[in-house]
Design a protein around this ligand. Structure first.
Ligand SMILES: [Zn+2]
Length: 222
């Protein structure tokens, strides 16, 4: 359900490639927030946009960062073509063979108490939806869209979690159960169902609805 299995290939800019190194599966993509922050520094400091637009511009950068951190460039051609060393550059590309049902990211923070501006930038950079294609650098990556569903936080020796609950509001569906199921499936397919979100905060034995939108969750984490 959570296992991420990546396969890496080496591709040279001359077109040569060496395929198929399987990487060990993991239960969460590790993300080094200190490295991610370096990207924000470049994006925010040198951006000509106004402050608010600069922040908005960070949405999705998280995914770009994860993709680029798996891609490395080296001099020389691919391994089975060792004579072609000069003026060839090869890069590692990765693909995710089986889309896990749940894609989880494991964010490692550089400090126990990060500045709230760093928390804000990091959380804004997380998109509410992303495609598996955006995470993998291989061109043949199949497309699977994920929606941000939850966030488990550790702070002050304490765990708490935010999870999204989606209600589907269906206009008018009648008929037998079978017909009803078919009608709902068709509405979902044609995006005629309006979704209403609720974000729940799980904290020890309390569960409370805290907001109906992701920016509301971000605000609570600052
Ligand atoms: Zn080459």
């Amino acid at each position: 359900m959570f296992a991420i299995r990546k396969e890496t290939s080496q591709v040279c800019d001359c077109g040569e490639r060496a395929d198929g190194v399987s990487e060990q599966g993991s239960f969460g993509e590790r993300v080094n927030v200190a490295e991610l922050q370096k990207l924000f520094e470049v994006e925010v400091s040198y951006s000509p946009l106004k402050p608010e637009a600069k922040i908005r511009d960070l949405v999705g950068k998280f995914v770009t960062f994860v993709k680029s951190s798996g891609e490395t460039w080296e001099d020389g051609c691919v391994a089975d073509n060792p004579t072609l060393t000069k003026a060839h550059r090869r890069r590692r590309v990765s693909s995710i063979r089986h889309a896990p049902e749940v894609y989880s990211f494991n964010l490692s923070w550089p400090l126990l108490h990060p500045k709230s501006s760093l928390v804000l930038e990091t959380m804004i950079s997380l998109p509410e939806k992303f495609d598996l294609k955006e995470l993998a650098s291989s061109e043949g990556q199949s497309s699977v869209v994920y929606t941000l569903k939850g966030l488990v936080c550790y702070s002050n020796n304490h765990y708490f979690a935010f999870f999204r609950r989606i209600f589907h509001k269906i206009g008018y569906v009648v008929g037998s159960d079978h017909k009803r199921a078919e009608a709902v499936a068709s509405l979902i397919k044609h995006r005629e169902i309006q979704s209403h979100n609720e974000w729940l905060l799980f904290n020890d034995d309390s569960i409370a609805t805290v907001t109906d939108n992701w920016p509301g969750v971000i605000q609570m984490c600052l």
